[in-house]
Write a protein that binds this ligand. Structure first.
Ligand SMILES: C[S@@+](CC[C@H](N)C(=O)[O-])C[C@H]1O[C@@H](n2cnc3c(N)ncnc32)[C@H](O)[C@@H]1O
Length: 283
């Protein structure tokens, strides 16, 4: 997916300013007497709420969870787009305000708000997760996002990065350091046995988040991999051996993958099914 760069140093300095403000936030303002608060209450501006939902393509069929939901504005905007949506917020006054807004806007049957800690909230049912927290909080949440969310789940963060997990996309935001977007990648690292058209291949995959490197072997012979991509639970490889070009595309489901393989031998093209099973997961 092509990244859209954040525009200019203005955005960068506003982001830096916000980070400094957040880091210097006095404990009594941050906490308002409640322990466990890891980010202050700063609302996402309306234009950025819509941009975050656009970035994730939120619509009917989605279940969005906003971790640290403030006055509920992201949850309510998702519901107006036909999604079901849920907010987790530690501050009781903000949960009450979000519920009031839901009632006023007639959205009570599409949304829910709980008073709770983002670190305890169940998230596995979400198809979209939104965050406007702090960089180190995103990094603390990162292992849970990767382990508990289904591959293909979209994550959008207002302003803050996710450490060495590079975003799949980003757009400039109005009020902060941009809006960043990730898709949860399937876990594909390890050794796979691929059942292809002419016997078995061995596929070894190295993975760092959504970035993969693949090595393919037919018996002892290496099939050169030109391209390997992972997008959520979708995997594709382009490989060649002699005058043969192989284009595999498929879907990952735990320790299985399956899909279609296009073989081009220079004279003719054919399409056949392939499947693979993981024999060894990476450490
Ligand atoms: C920057 S605000 C974002 C509010 C809302 N998501 C938005 O974008 O408008 C962060 C919110 O997270 C809440 N929060 C901070 N620590 C939390 C925690 N441990 N569990 C739940 N909510 C938390 C704060 O009270 C605040 O409302």
């Amino acid at each position: 997916m092509a990244g859209r760069p954040l525009s200019g140093s203005g955005v960068a300095s506003r982001a830096l300013g916000l980070i400094l403000v957040l880091q210097l936030w006095p404990a009594e303002v941050l906490g308002q007497g409640e322990s466990g608060l890891v980010a202050p209450y700063v609302s996402t501006v309306t234009q950025d709420v819509e941009a975050m939902l656009d970035l994730a393509g939120v619509g009917p069929g989605d279940y969005l969870i906003d971790l640290g939901s403030g006055d509920g504005r992201i949850v309510l905007a998702a519901a107006r787009r036909g999604a079901m949506a849920h907010g987790v917020e530690l501050r009781e006054d903000l949960v009450a305000e979000a519920r009031r807004r839901a009632r006023r806007q007639g959205l009570e049957d599409r949304v829910s708000f709980v008073q709770g800690d983002i670190f305890d909230a169940p998230i596995s049912a979400a198809t979209v997760v939104t965050l406007y927290l702090m960089p180190e909080v995103n990094i603390q949440l990162r292992p849970r996002l990767l382990a508990e969310l289904q591959p293909g789940t979209r994550v959008v963060s207002n302003s803050f990065h996710m450490g060495d997990w590079t975003p799949d996309d980003r757009v400039s935001g109005r009020s902060s350091g941009g809006l960043l977007y990730w898709v949860i990648p399937a876990q594909v690292a390890g050794r796979w046995s691929v059942t292809g058209p002419d016997g078995d291949w061995r596929l070894d995959i190295d993975q760092s988040y959504q970035m993969i490197n693949a090595e393919l072997r037919d018996g002892g012979r290496r099939i050169h991999v030109d391209e390997a991509r992972l997008d959520g639970d979708r995997i594709s490889l382009v490989a060649r051996q002699g005058n043969h070009r192989y284009a595999l595309s498929g879907q990952v489901d735990g320790a299985d993958m399956a899909g279609f393989l296009q073989i081009d031998d220079g004279d003719r093209q054919r399409v056949t099914a392939w499947s693979a099973r993981r024999s060894e997961a990476a450490d």
